[in-house]
Design a protein around this ligand. Structure first.
Ligand code: SF4
Ligand code: MG
Length: 323
């Protein structure tokens, strides 16, 4: 089927006093309708900037989308007016963030906040919108929804607040949900419940999900396809199955070793999984951007940056080992 979302050669830069930080540098991927694509990498690798670029929420200045195309259902988002983009945001594409406390308004009741979304995009009357809010809270598994709808955000637990955010995100039956570290602030048990809820909703609604996370374990539980990012670039992309079965990029191999509970990850190895620090975008090494942390680096790696290679059908990697 036709991709729902196509990101093509996206370049998003931040112009700072110390130089140009190329937060996203030539990123290309497709997301098919009804699928979940995981975007994984350490903080600062460009995952969130990619998401904000799709939503056209890059703070400008210092940020700017310097190049590229973002096609959503065939529409070029970067060419839409701000008004046109507002109609898409929260309606056809919605977002879920890591910390619901910052996206929920502390002075309004939960129900009013969900109703507001519905009134804005679906032209429901206040009463209808409030009734629908109760339904949505039930839908995301909030017990006693009829009374919880009157709660203020601080009266709920972190897990419940994240369910509220999901209720808001699905309120207008979006075609795409962008979830940026949706479970990172939650403990492991609640995290598993939220991921299960997201999977269940996706199966019943057919909504596509772009799932941004630093945690390959979350990708394994939730996504079918995956792109791994490093220093603003995609370094590997394939199905989740293929990535776990046969990770090609040394960085991906390190990320896999760092998942708790995988075969060879005792605490010590986890700490050693990827030596070095996340890259400084203003001082990237020449050649492969991972060469200062890579145990396999050889001459060519410090001279030339590898392009994307396709050593196996449907499996792309940016690494000279496969040239
Ligand atoms: Fe390591 Fe070289 Fe591959 Fe970069 S290109 S990941 S430095 S082996
Ligand atoms: Mg982030």
């Amino acid at each position: 089927s036709q991709p729902l979302l196509q990101v093509k050669h996206l370049k998003t830069y931040f112009f700072t006093e110390r130089g140009v930080a190329k937060a996203v540098d030539d990123v290309t991927f497709d997301l098919l309708p009804g699928r979940t694509l995981g975007v994984v990498g350490e903080s600062g690798c460009g995952k969130s900037v990619t998401a904000l670029s799709i939503m056209r929420l890059i703070p400008e200045p210092p940020g700017r989308i310097a190049e590229g195309e973002i096609l959503f259902a065939g529409k070029e988002l970067l060419k839409l007016s701000e008004e046109g983009m507002r109609r898409i945001r929260g309606n056809q594409i919605s977002m879920i963030f890591q910390e619901p406390m910052t996206s929920l308004n502390p002075v309004f009741r939960i129900g009013e906040q969900i109703a507001e979304v519905l009134q804005q995009h679906q032209r429901l009357r206040k009463r209808e919108a409030l009734d629908r809010s109760v339904e949505l809270l039930k839908r995301v598994g909030i017990p006693s929804a009829e009374s919880r709808v009157n709660d203020y955000p601080h009266q709920m637990s972190g897990g419940m607040r994240q369910r509220v955010m999901i209720a808001m995100a699905i309120a207008c039956n979006p075609r795409l949900i962008i979830a940026d570290e949706p479970t990172t602030a939650l403990d492991v048990t609640i995290q598993a419940q939220i991921l299960e809820l997201m999977r269940e909703l996706r199966e019943t609604t057919g909504t596509a999900v772009l799932l941004i996370t630093h945690d390959l374990g979350v990708v394994a539980q939730t996504a079918e396809d995956v792109v791994v990012m490093y220093a603003g670039r995609i370094v590997e992309s394939t199905t989740v199955k293929a990535l776990f079965h046969d990770p090609l990029h040394p960085y991906t191999q390190g990320l896999l070793r760092s998942i708790p509970g995988t075969t060879d990850s005792d605490e010590k190895q986890r700490l050693e999984a990827i030596p070095g620090v996340v890259p400084n975008l203003l001082a990237l090494p020449p050649g492969c951007k991972f060469n200062d942390r890579c145990r396999y680096a050889f001459d060519r790696c410090v001279k030339e940056e590898p392009g994307l290679l396709v050593p196996k059908p449907g499996h792309t990697v940016r690494c000279w080992l496969y040239a």
